[in-house]
Write a protein that binds this ligand. Structure first.
Ligand code: MG
Ligand code: ZN
Length: 215
C-alpha cells in the first residue's frame, strides 16, 4: 500500500512537470535543476555561473529553501530575476511548487532557468520539475563515500560539479574513487572539478553549460 501511495505522488508530480516543460519549451528555455547537500556550494556555484554567463545568456533563478531568503538576496545582487520558494519543511522542490512561481518570472525574456533545489542528497533526485537536466554539486569536504551511499542522485544527474578543490590538501578525499564510483553508477556522467573560492575550473563548467543552452 505504501508503495502505491508513493507511486501516485510521483505520477501526479510528473503530470505537472510535463506542463512546466510545455511552458519552458514555449519560452525556448533551457532548465537546469541544481542539487546537492547543504553547504556543498550550490549558491556559490550559481553566483559564479551567472557572473560568467550573464553577458551572453539571460538567466533566471528559482531558489528553494526550507526557510529564509538569504540565497535569493545573494542571487538578486547579481542582477538576474530570482524567486524564492520556502518549502516550510519539505526537503525537496516538486513540480507544483515550481509551477506556482513561474508567473513571477519573465520566462519569455530568458534563455536559461536555474532551479536551486533544497540542500539534500536524497529526494530532490526523485522529483522532476520539468528540467532539461539535473546537475549536482558535491564538495570535497563531504567525503568520497557519497556516490555509493546516495546512488540515485548520481544516477539522475547529467553532470557533477566537484567543488572546493582548493581544500583538497586539508581533506582525505580520494577524488579518483569518487570519479570511479560515480561513473560506475552513471557512465555518461560529466564531471567538473572547480573551486568557487579561487575560480579554478569555473570556465570549463560555464562553457559546457552555455553550449547546452538554446540561444
Ligand atoms: Mg543555497
Ligand atoms: Zn524531500
Amino acid at each position: 500500500m505504501k508503495v502505491k501511495v508513493v507511486t501516485r505522488i510521483l505520477e501526479a508530480n510528473d503530470r505537472i512537470a510535463e506542463e512546466n516543460r510545455r511552458l519552458f519549451d514555449e519560452a525556448g528555455l533551457f532548465v537546469l535543476n541544481l542539487m546537492g547537500a547543504p553547504g556543498a556550494g550550490k549558491t556559490s556555484l550559481l553566483e559564479k555561473t551567472i557572473l560568467g554567463l550573464k553577458e551572453s545568456i539571460k538567466i533566471g533563478v528559482i531558489e528553494g529553501d526550507i526557510a529564509g531568503t538569504d540565497d535569493a538576496e545573494r542571487i538578486s545582487s547579481t542582477g538576474v530575476p530570482v524567486v524564492q520558494i520556502n518549502t516550510g519543511g519539505a526537503c525537496h522542490l516538486d513540480a507544483n511548487m515550481i509551477s506556482e512561481v513561474l508567473p513571477d518570472l519573465p520566462l519569455k525574456d530568458l534563455n536559461m532557468l536555474i532551479v536551486e533545489n533544497v540542500g539534500n542528497l536524497v529526494c530532490p533526485a526523485e522529483f522532476r520539475v520539468g528540467e532539461d537536466i539535473k546537475a549536482m554539486v558535491l564538495s570535497v569536504t563531504e567525503g568520497h563515500d557519497k556516490p555509493l551511499k546516495y546512488p540515485l542522485m548520481f544516477k539522475e544527474s547529467s553532470v557533477m560539479i566537484l567543488n572546493k578543490t582548493d581544500l583538497l590538501p586539508y581533506t582525505n578525499m580520494d577524488v579518483a574513487k569518487v570519479r570511479r564510483d560515480a561513473l560506475s553508477l552513471n557512465p555518461s556522467l560529466k564531471i567538473f572539478e572547480v573551486s568557487c573560492t579561487t575560480g579554478e575550473g569555473i570556465k570549463g563548467w560555464t562553457g559546457w553549460l552555455k553550449g547546452k543552452c538554446r540561444q
